[in-house]
Design a protein around this ligand. Structure first.
Ligand SMILES: N[C@@H](CCC(=O)N[C@@H](CS)C(=O)NCC(=O)O)C(=O)O
Length: 208
């Protein structure tokens, strides 16, 4: 097994979280390098695209969260081996990137502008992606998004729904997923209650 170091920001979510979860579920040791905001400016120029996550594999660096997810998914058997099922897994990971990027663009806006843009997201793109992800889940297995088993695609959707439901996003009602996409919330509960996922959060002292 290669020597792995996963660098991401120091919180339980975001683009680095699916790979952390996958490596933990797969029982693959890795250095969990968590960057504090105060250290980021110094470290940013030394990343391939000026952003995180970055995975170091035997000293070589890999950027782009979904490339990392696919790679660790293959190491941990959390990525489908069948080409079509793998494509379905990719599809949902890219969809979460699309909506995640729209939401991330509002994070550092001044209050009034943020409220207006978040309101527009809540009235359009967020319910749209929730509903369409639910449709894809329904079409491809109901329990999981691909291959009828847990994959990195499920972990990426889980992390997004967890973020929405946490209530940390100002102006985004935390019950939006429950109202718009109850099957997606069932899927979120399924992943959350997976003993391997529970063990990960218990290890990090995260409850709820
Ligand atoms: N397409 C990239 C986007 C990476 C990205 O924007 N990461 C954010 C954190 S989730 C970041 O590093 N932000 C800090 C910055 O851009 O300075 C990926 O999927 O990894």
């Amino acid at each position: 097994m290669p020597k792995l170091k996963l660098t991401y920001f120091d919180f339980h979510g975001g683009r680095g979280e699916p790979a952390r979860l996958a490596l933990s579920i797969g029982g693959i040791p890795f250095e969990d390098d968590r960057v504090s905001p105060s250290d980021w400016e110094r470290r940013k120029p030394n990343t391939p695209f000026g952003a995180l996550p970055v995975l170091e594999v035997d000293g070589q660096r890999l950027a782009q969260s979904n490339a990392i997810n696919r790679y660790v998914g293959k190491l941990t058997d959390l990525y489908p081996t069948d080409a079509w099922q793998a494509a379905l897994c990719d599809e949902v990971m890219e969809a979460v990137e699309d909506i995640g990027t729209k939401i991330a663009a509002t994070v550092f806006l001044p209050d009034e502008e943020k409220a207006a843009q978040r309101k527009a997201l809540v009235e359009g793109p967020i319910p749209f992606y929730l509903a369409r992800l639910q449709q894809r889940l329904e079409a491809h297995g109901v329990r999981y998004f691909a291959a009828d088993r847990l994959t990195v695609g499920d972990l990426k959707v889980f992390v997004w729904i967890r973020h929405l439901k946490s209530g940390v996003l100002d102006h985004v009602p935390p019950d939006l997923p429950d109202r718009v996409a109850p099957m997606l919330v069932d899927h979120y509960e399924r992943v959350k209650n997976d003993p391997r996922v529970q063990a990960y959060y218990a290890k990090h002292g995260v409850t709820g």
